[in-house]
Design a protein around this ligand. Structure first.
Ligand code: EPU
Length: 348
């Protein structure tokens, strides 16, 4: 079945469309060539009045069951400069563009701002949804506006950054998942801006490389080296990056934990609250490298769950619950998953 610019597949295999590599099939998969086709896609079967599951790179999703709703993908290839004041350059990218390809392309153009976020799996469209962050930068800081299709009105909107409610791994789009389909994002980048070296590991990596006045490209190279060392490559072993958010707790609880565990990494999180290292909590509960069949916790980084081969989403969820229970028993801290769970809820 197909109409120009719109491809509809029945019983689609999603194994290669989720970075956990979970074998799962979708009753319907709809692919649109460009966002202008969305009104048509939403008006026709199989979507027609339903809320589809929008799939980007599938790098932040755990399929515990096949999706009940039709799956929608927006391939998209467009990257263009939309404004240039000589210093700040606004770059627009389609939702379907691969994230790391955008980072490299902007660096090739001599633009800085995305280098700390090199090598994050996924697509541009997913970046504002969970407000991706790494090595001292969150993408919300760089976003000028998010372009989206609004199924309820059939229209397109341009949401300025202030309207997106960005917070740690959080945004408006996470709270109202059925309201918008992100179609593209505008980023404010700079020609030769000062690099962000606030994350100690980056400064250490650059020092080890003998670089004392790093370019944006040097920072990206350092980030890529650190990620390759610490985080498993989804192309080699299925994973979705950090599986848990770093928990944010009241300062008094953080102080008590710190008194009992002086090496626990603790960061200020505003409003008298503190962010704790979930990786450290998991590691200290003895769960790094834990394995149950083909589902497990990475040996290299305790925050990452991995699929050693043929784990199902239910197997991975079981490991996740085991890890959370272990951390709760040892430290009294509740962990929350970062990826979206399809076919299951975390709260039991
Ligand atoms: N640590 C351990 N054991 C481990 C790994 C880490 O004890 O197995 C401790 C270390 O003390 C380390 C600390 O945890 O210093 C923090 O680790 P890391 O620097 O790797 O950062 P993170 O807080 O675990 C967050 C993001 C990552 C991002 C890194 C770097 C979240 C949920 N995760 O991890 O993002 O790359 O910072 O900025 O905020 C992702 O979201 O998928 C992701 C990989």
């Amino acid at each position: 079945m197909s109409t120009p610019g719109l491809r509809i597949h029945r019983d689609a295999d999603l194994r290669r469309l989720n970075t956990f590599g979970v074998a799962v099939r979708a009753p319907w998969l709809v692919e649109v060539d460009d966002a202008a086709r969305l009104p048509q896609a939403f008006a026709a079967e199989p979507i027609a009045g339903r809320v589809p599951l929008v799939l980007g790179g599938g790098s932040n999703m755990l399929f515990v069951a096949p999706p009940a709703e039709p799956v929608l993908r927006l391939p998209g290839v467009d990257v263009r400069m939309v404004d240039d004041d000589g210093d700040v350059v606004t770059v627009y990218a389609d939702a379907g563009v691969e994230w790391h390809a955008l980072v490299m392309r902007t660096l090739d153009e001599g633009l800085s701002g995305l280098e700390n976020l090199a090598l994050i799996p996924g697509t541009v469209g997913a970046s504002p949804i969970q407000n991706i962050g790494a090595y001292g930068v969150e993408i919300g800081e760089r976003i000028v506006a998010v372009h989206a299709f609004e199924p309820a009105t059939g229209g397109n909107v341009r949401l300025p950054r202030e309207a997106c409610d960005f917070a740690y791994r959080d945004s408006l789009f996470k709270h109202e998942p059925s309201r918008y389909v992100v179609t593209g994002v505008e980023f404010a980048l700079r020609r030769g801006g000062a690099p962000n070296l606030s994350y100690a590991g980056i400064a250490d990596e650059l020092a080890a490389r003998g670089i004392d006045a790093p370019s944006a490209r040097d920072v990206a190279d350092a980030v890529i080296a650190i990620r390759r060392r610490k985080l498993p490559d989804p192309a080699v072993i299925g994973n979705a990056g950090s599986f848990f958010k770093n928990p944010i707790v009241p300062a008094a609880q953080a102080d008590a934990l710190l008194a009992a565990n002086p090496r626990l990494p603790v960061f200020a999180a505003g409003d008298g609250r503190r962010k704790l290292s979930a990786a450290w909590l998991i590691d200290s509960a003895g769960l790094r490298g834990y394995r149950d069949g083909d589902a497990g916790v990475s040996e290299g980084h305790a925050l990452v769950l991995v699929n050693h081969g043929n784990a199902t989403g239910a197997d991975l969820l079981r490991v996740a619950r085991h890890v959370a229970a272990g951390v709760h028993a040892r430290h009294g801290v509740a962990l929350e998953p970062e990826p979206r769970l399809v076919g299951a809820t975390w709260a039991q």
